[in-house]
Design a protein around this ligand. Structure first.
Ligand SMILES: C[S@@+](CC[C@H](N)C(=O)[O-])C[C@H]1O[C@@H](n2cnc3c(N)ncnc32)[C@H](O)[C@@H]1O
Length: 210
């Protein structure tokens, strides 16, 4: 694992935590809200793990009665999530943790979710393998992610601009997350294209049985 890249990711998100919600406000209103709702409506089970919880934008979509543990690499993002938990008067176990080395035993959860996270994780395949380990066999892994557009020219432009975007904002814009899900040994059940050209995908995968 690339520890230097992980520390850089952490400090980038610590730096943008105070303005993150403001930066995302327009897209949140126009699209993300609807997509979050769609993702959380599909979750199965009672013991749920959210990775890369950020400022806690998903918290208001958590299904009633489920037990959610939510982790993030950035303590400053988590502070914002903690404020949200208090404002919404809900109960969530928040922990500072790297998805590339989760401190949970095997099969500890029924499902794991992430929204716009695997564009930033330095080793996404390792992080996805960790989700496959901590979710019970056959349990769901649900992802909402922006990915590399699989079209000539546009995909190549995304590759070209990726290093600049990483420096400027943090996330990679050319991740092939569906391929990474397969590389991590998870079984893809369904992929929904939510934005034109497949720029944003909702993916439902399952941890391997047996
Ligand atoms: C673009 S933000 C998305 C936040 C939130 N999921 C949302 O939908 O608004 C990415 C989040 O992933 C977290 N993150 C990045 N790499 C991580 C890692 N290795 N382990 C845990 N969280 C990570 C960042 O700290 C940040 O809070």
């Amino acid at each position: 694992m690339d520890d230097k890249a992980t520390i850089q990711t952490q400090s980038r998100y610590n730096r943008i935590a105070p303005v993150y919600d403001l930066m995302e406000a327009i897209v949140e209103r126009l699209a993300f809200r609807r997509w979050r709702e769609r993702l959380w409506a599909q979750v199965e089970g009672n013991r749920i793990l959210e990775v890369g919880v950020g400022t806690g934008k998903n918290i208001s979509y958590y299904p009633r009665g489920v037990q959610v543990t939510a982790v993030d690499l950035s303590d400053k993002m988590l502070e914002r999530a903690q404020q949200r938990v208090q404002e919404l008067d809900t109960k969530v176990d928040l922990c500072l943790m790297d998805v590339q080395r989760l401190a949970f035993p095997d099969a500890a959860f029924d499902a794991a979710l992430a929204t716009f996270v695997f564009c930033s994780v330095p080793d996404p395949v390792l992080g996805l393998q960790e989700l496959g380990r901590v979710v019970r066999p056959g349990g769901q892994i649900l992802l909402l992610e922006h990915v590399r557009v699989n079209k000539p020219m546009i995909g190549e432009l995304m590759d070209l601009f990726d290093p600049f975007m990483v420096r400027l904002m943090g996330p990679h814009i050319n991740r092939r997350t569906a391929e990474n899900v397969k590389k991590a040994g998870l079984e893809i059940e369904r992929v929904e294209e939510l934005a034109p050209g497949g720029l944003v995908k909702l993916m439902v995968a399952r941890a391997k049985q047996g």
